[in-house]
Design a protein around this ligand. Structure first.
Ligand code: PLP
Length: 356
């Protein structure tokens, strides 16, 4: 599909494009001119509307604020050399969004509505998609309980919102992580696999504690024994151990990352041996000691891959070699970049092209 459906559009009379410093795009700082809105009422979603980004009127009694029915997605669109815009893997993001919605007893969003909404919004704010190398338009779909009422219950009213934000290349020093052996992000059977608001609020405190000790993020472990690796803040974690790409097997306590899936798919295709399984903290320590652990990195939409420099295990800092251009993480990152940009064939149909 290349033409956006005719949603009700109210265009801004004051574009903020010229006030936006595209040379210095801090993640999440600028929000594009328009947003998309739809309301769930009487068992159905209203026809989405596109309006200028701005405030919403609502009471402090909306159920999302009190009981946490609020979920989101995080995805990206890229400007290509031919001027078109590529939304990366919208189907998989949509699928995950509905899993998050289902876990939080919230109504699902039909794929047609989701993709048409994205398409229309991006077409209108096409000039917000940055063009410089490594930059992109971050897309934030959000659904929350908008019913105004006290008393714990599953809401009857919801709002679906899509915001977009131009973001620059991700520059960061390689991460210093601390294996968390006291706090838990979530537990087996909990909502860890869902991108629901509470998961992040609950992770702030342990992360702040780790920051005070000089780490960037926490490496989460299982809630029972703190013995097996789960993931990092907003990223899945991957290791190269004995030449194999090893990552924790998905569970209800781990978010099913789309970057994780993309990297595993590409690595498998290249014939790199892959293992999705439990990884114990002891096994990592062992890998450090006998130098079989050669790479460690986070995988997520914001950074694509983020190298890990140090992992602290029970008080000892273990250092990981700096990745070379030939490392698995940088090769996979380059491949993903080329598939998104059209320099390599999109054999998995991950790209959704908006011609503008
Ligand atoms: C979003 C997220 C990830 C990464 O998922 P991507 O789809 O690759 O962006 C990993 N872990 C958590 C907890 C997340 O919220």
């Amino acid at each position: 599909m290349t033409t956006a459906p005719a949603f009700d559009v109210q265009k801004t009379t004051h574009s903020r494009l010229t006030e936006t410093d595209f040379k210095n795009l801090e993640f999440g700082k600028y929000i594009s001119d328009h947003m998309l809105l739809s309301d769930w009422k009487d068992g159905e979603w209203s026809e989405p509307v596109i309006v200028p980004f701005g405030e919403l009127m609502m009471t402090p009694a909306i159920l999302a604020l009190h009981y946490g029915q609020s979920i989101f997605e995080g995805m990206k669109a890229f400007k290509r050399n031919d001027g078109s815009i590529n939304i990366f893997r919208p189907q998989k993001h949509h699928d995950r969004m509905n899993k998050s919605l289902d876990r939080m007893c919230m109504p699902s969003i039909p794929y047609e509505m989701f993709i048409q909404s994205l398409h229309a919004l991006i077409e209108i704010d096409k000039d917000w998609v940055p063009t410089s190398e490594g930059s992109s338009l971050y897309i934030r779909p959000l659904v929350f309980a908008s019913e105004s009422r006290l008393g714990v219950k599953v809401a009857d009213l919801y709002k679906f919102v899509i915001l977009t934000s131009p973001v620059g290349p991700y520059y960061s020093k390689p991460f210093r992580l601390k294996v968390e052996d006291h706090f838990t992000r979530t537990a087996e059977g909990g909502p860890g696999f869902a991108k629901c608001a509470g998961n992040y609020g609950g992770a702030f405190y342990p992360t702040q504690m780790a920051r005070k000790e000089g780490f960037d993020q926490v490496l989460w472990t299982d809630h029972k024994e703190h013995k097996y690796i789960d993931e990092v803040g907003m990223m899945n974690v991957m290791f190269v151990l004995n030449g194999k790409l090893v990552t924790p097997k998905l569970s209800s306590a781990i978010l099913d990352g789309i970057t994780r899936d993309s990297i595993l798919t590409l690595a498998r295709e290249e014939g790199i041996p892959i293992e999705e399984r439990r990884i114990s903290v002891d096994e990592l320590a062992e890998g450090f000691k006998n130098k079989t652990l050669t790479e460690a990195f986070g995988a997520g939409t914001a950074a694509v891959v983020a190298s890990i420099a140090v992992i602290n295990i029970h008080g000892t800092d273990y250092t990981i070699p700096t990745p070379t251009p030939n490392s698995i993480q940088l090769r996979m990152k380059a491949k993903l970049h080329d598939i998104r940009g059209g320099e390599m064939p999109d054999t998995h149909r991950w790209n959704y092209i908006v011609k503008v």
